[in-house]
Design a protein around this ligand. Structure first.
Ligand code: GLA
Length: 377
């Protein structure tokens, strides 16, 4: 009997709680209905052969002889295979075809989606695999380790978490210290709109790692002053103000963003749950300003997309989302003004930046998994 299997993994959009995950903080991402799929047939041997539907490129690896990373897309698959094995989980060889509605390198976590899709593909191809045995949070952490240790980008847990644990119709409030999380139902009367700026993401990985180091420096300075902090999660604004001279301007601003963003994330959960649109608008705006001025990860294109959205009646909330330096904005919009937002972007955003925005109407989706399994013969 030959099985034909399909697995999927979604992208994510973060509503609020930016650059807090690697500081033990709070995040509020949602998995979205833009996704990566892999159609596959398990093989009897340990070879993994994947074809990219977009351009016919082929990648191949031997699960028993995974070497060093090569810098390409297959690294995500190889890193996940290594981590599955390290965790004592089964993997199987396969012939697969990967297709995507999720744009790559647009700031919607196509890397995390690829990792989760690969994990489900490799697990599903193993003999005797039972989908119910998968622990979603553990799988997210495993994929994060693949990205940190094999691919070499020091991301936090948010993206893999959202891609693995997402729930339809909900954002997820994750405490990155305790790893407790809970769904936050999104107001039914609001459309989630993601706007791709169309700008190439520049310097994202090196600037990202630098922000992480600046946060670690902040913790070191606070500790040297005798403060009891294990991470910036434990810092307070008073503490930062008292330490301002020792921290220096840049590190002070980074730390201040993180401390205030955690507070904003909890406030945004309250605002979503009470459908307080004014508060949501203010919190998103404050988050964006802080990312622009204190954390310095926004870009002229992101600022323009937020300005145009904010000036459009019926757009409730707008901010940059994800790591920054290009990528996307996230917007909560009254459904009957979606067209007005699109027109405003096509007119004013294009005039201001010369870039073509891509507007995605998305809904919050469930996390990665096995979609179907059919008997081929
Ligand atoms: C990237 C990382 C996440 C998170 C965000 C910023 O998306 O992969 O872990 O740090 O940036 O919030």
């Amino acid at each position: 009997m030959t099985l034909g299997l399909t697995v999927r993994a979604p992208g994510r959009v973060n509503l609020i709680g930016e650059h807090t995950d690697y500081n033990d903080g709070l995040v509020l991402p949602a998995a979205i209905d833009l996704e990566i799929r892999i159609d596959l047939v398990p093989r009897a041997d340990r070879l993994v052969r994947l074809e990219l539907a977009a351009d016919g490129r082929l990648g191949q690896l031997d699960l028993d002889a995974i070497g060093a990373p090569t810098g390409g897309w297959l690294d995500y698959v190889a890193g996940v295979a290594l981590e599955l094995t390290r965790s004592g989980l089964p993997t199987g060889g396969l012939d697969g075809r990967l297709s995507a509605t999720l744009p790559a390198s647009a700031g919607l976590s196509s890397s995390a989606a690829l990792e989760l899709a690969a994990a489900w593909a490799l697990l599903s191809a193993a003999d005797g695999f039972t989908p119910n045995s998968v622990e979603r949070l553990a799988l997210a952490r495993l994929c994060q380790r693949a990205e940190n240790d094999y691919v070499g980008v020091r991301t936090g847990l948010m993206d893999q978490f959202a891609a693995s644990c997402g729930e339809a119709g909900c954002a997820l409030l994750l405490d990155c210290r305790s790893l407790d999380y809970r769904p936050v139902v999104l107001p039914r009367g609001l459309q989630l709109v993601v706007v791709e700026t169309g700008a190439k993401r520049r310097l994202a990985a090196s600037e990202y790692n630098q922000r992480r180091s600046e946060c670690e420096r902040g913790v070191d300075v606070l500790r040297a002053r005798g403060e009891q902090v294990a991470s910036l999660r434990d810092a307070t604004l008073d503490m930062l103000d008292r330490a301002a001279t020792d921290l220096g301007d840049v590190v002070y601003r980074r730390c201040r963003h993180v401390v205030e963003e955690n507070t904003r994330t909890l406030a945004a959960v309250r605002a979503l749950e009470s459908d307080d649109r004014i508060a949501l608008g203010e919190l998103f705006a404050a988050s964006h300003t802080s990312l622009r001025d204190l954390y310095e990860v926004s870009s002229p294109a992101l600022d323009a997309a937020v300005d145009v959205a904010t000036a459009t009646r019926g757009v409730v909330a707008s901010r940059m989302t994800g790591g920054g330096f290009g990528g996307c904005t996230v917007n909560l919009v009254e459904p009957d003004v979606v067209d007005a937002l699109r027109s405003a972007l096509e007119r004013d955003y294009v005039a201001r930046t010369g870039l073509a925005p891509v507007v995605h109407l998305v809904t919050a989706a469930s996390g990665a998994g096995l979609v179907e399994s059919v008997q081929l013969r």
